[in-house]
Design a protein around this ligand. Structure first.
Ligand code: DAT
Ligand code: MG
Length: 148
């Protein structure tokens, strides 16, 4: 089953949106495989956003991600990466469609509440960055045959 890394970034935790965001992924039918509250180190933030190194917003982005607690989650299910990205909406909150997370709750580009892996390969790399293998839990949900 495909997995994706989702972060509720510090703005989302401070704005008390954790329950709302977890509820959306839960109700969609994705299955929670890992969950923890982390205050990311600079090293972790640098690795996580390595692809953006050198861009004008990079330092500010690292300051933002390390500024407070972040909730790191692994959600799994059919096409989990693309499904979660669609549920998040585009990067700029002002352009994200209504009924997406960013469309409903964000106006900012940087403070856009959530991170979601952008490909299955990157999901594997990002999950390994944020979770040890023994922190992920594999199980069969009782409603699996209804959600399929
Ligand atoms: P996404 O989070 O939608 O995958 P991304 O990977 O292009 O977007 O960028 C990572 C984060 O960096 C994004 O969530 C917010 C921030 N960011 C991107 N472009 C930015 C910009 N032009 N100015 C400020 N922050 C930006
Ligand atoms: Mg990205």
């Amino acid at each position: 089953m495909q997995q994706t890394l989702i972060l509720l970034k510090p703005d989302g935790v401070q704005r008390r949106l954790l329950g709302e965001i977890i509820g959306r992924f839960e109700h969609k039918g994705l299955r929670l495989a890992g969950l923890k509250l982390v205050k990311p180190s600079r090293d972790l933030a640098e690795k996580h956003y390595a692809v953006h190194k050198g861009k004008p917003f990079y330092d500010s982005l690292l300051d933002f991600l390390t500024s407070g607690p972040t909730v790191a989650m692994v959600w799994e299910g059919r096409e989990a990466v693309a499904v979660a990205r669609a549920m998040m909406g585009v990067t700029d909150g002002t352009k994200a469609a209504p009924a997406t997370i960013r469309g409903d709750f964000a106006l900012s580009v940087q403070n856009n509440l959530v991170h979601g892996s952008d490909s299955p390969d990157n999901a594997k790399l990002e999950i390994a960055l944020w979770f040890r293998p023994d922190e992920l839990v594999s199980y069969i949900s009782v409603d699996a045959e209804w959600i399929g």
